[in-house]
Design a protein around this ligand. Structure first.
Ligand code: MF3
Ligand code: CO
Ligand code: CO
Length: 257
């Protein structure tokens, strides 16, 4: 039977911590450099360049055949968007960048969604701030002795508060040596309680929240891009955290998030 959760060794945690910090650094550099007028292909190339400079490599490229360096998901795209030279970023768009860097046999995984307008419409602000807050509430619930369900409940409660729909078809996950490790970390409750959180567990918490309904659909042609069914916009934020004896350690923490 597959293990319910993975407890990483101190030696692994040293490498995972470094990979996560490098990933966060690239994320924040990308968030600073992304701008209207570039295409999502330009952004993917830039990400490839920045990742290469770290001495690591993209943890996503070729993962299950994924073709990009990072995932770039605009507006009604929820996750797993592929950079394209036909997709121009404009001032009115919101852009989610989800990236992973693999280095020294360990990896990081983190995502941020950014907008460009100084005064975005109230709805967009609710989407971006609500999703970011849901992530932070989920992290606050990730204390040793609690269960995965407690993280799910905290994210769900915050999403409700902001009247945002929770994507159910995709979930957070354990991470560190492989991109996706057990356990799953849903952003909703009603499935059980999952394993108990113990020091040495590394998990990615990643709310994907929508302004419309929770229903999503996979692109028929590329079999990667996940969009909302109703075309309403969606946001995605992700941090990788280490469960400790005390507060969780946010391994992908940097000033921008
Ligand atoms: N970054 C995604 C996650 O948070 C996984 C992307 S897999 C890829 O779990 F193949 F699309 F890159
Ligand atoms: Co990710
Ligand atoms: Co992830």
């Amino acid at each position: 039977m597959a293990p319910a959760r993975i407890i990483h060794t101190p030696e692994e945690i040293v490498r995972i911590r470094r990979a996560a910090a490098v990933t966060a650094q690239v994320r924040d550099e990308l968030a600073r450099l992304v701008h209207p007028g570039m295409t999502t292909f330009d952004l993917d190339m830039l990400a490839g360049e920045l990742i290469g400079r770290t001495g690591g490599e993209s943890a996503f490229k070729n993962y299950c055949g994924y073709p990009g360096n990072i995932c770039i998901s605009m507006n009604d795209t929820v996750i797993h968007g592929i950079g394209s030279p036909d997709q121009l970023i404009t001032e009115d768009d919101i852009v989610s960048m989800d990236l992973g860097v693999k280095i020294d046999g360990a990896l990081g995984d983190t995502a941020v969604t950014v907008g460009f307008r100084e005064n975005p419409p109230a709805e967009i602000r609710r989407l971006l701030e609500g999703t970011r807050e849901a992530l932070m509430e989920g992290i606050a619930a990730a204390r040793c002795g609690a269960y995965i369900r407690d993280i799910s409940a905290a994210v769900e409660k915050c999403a409700r508060k902001h009247r945002l729909a929770i994507v159910r078809d995709y979930v957070g996950h354990g991470c560190g040596i492989k991109l996706h490790e057990p356990p799953e970390v849903p952003n909703y409750t009603g499935w059980g309680k999952g394993p108990r959180l113990e020091p040495g567990m590394v998990i990615c918490i990643e709310p994907m929240l929508n302004l419309g309904t929770d229903a999503v659909r996979l692109d028929r042609k590329d079999h990667w891009t996940v969009r909302t069914r109703d075309g309403a916009w969606s946001a995605h934020f992700e941090h990788m955290i280490l469960i400790t004896e005390n507060e969780p350690e946010i391994l992908t923490w940097q000033k921008m998030m």
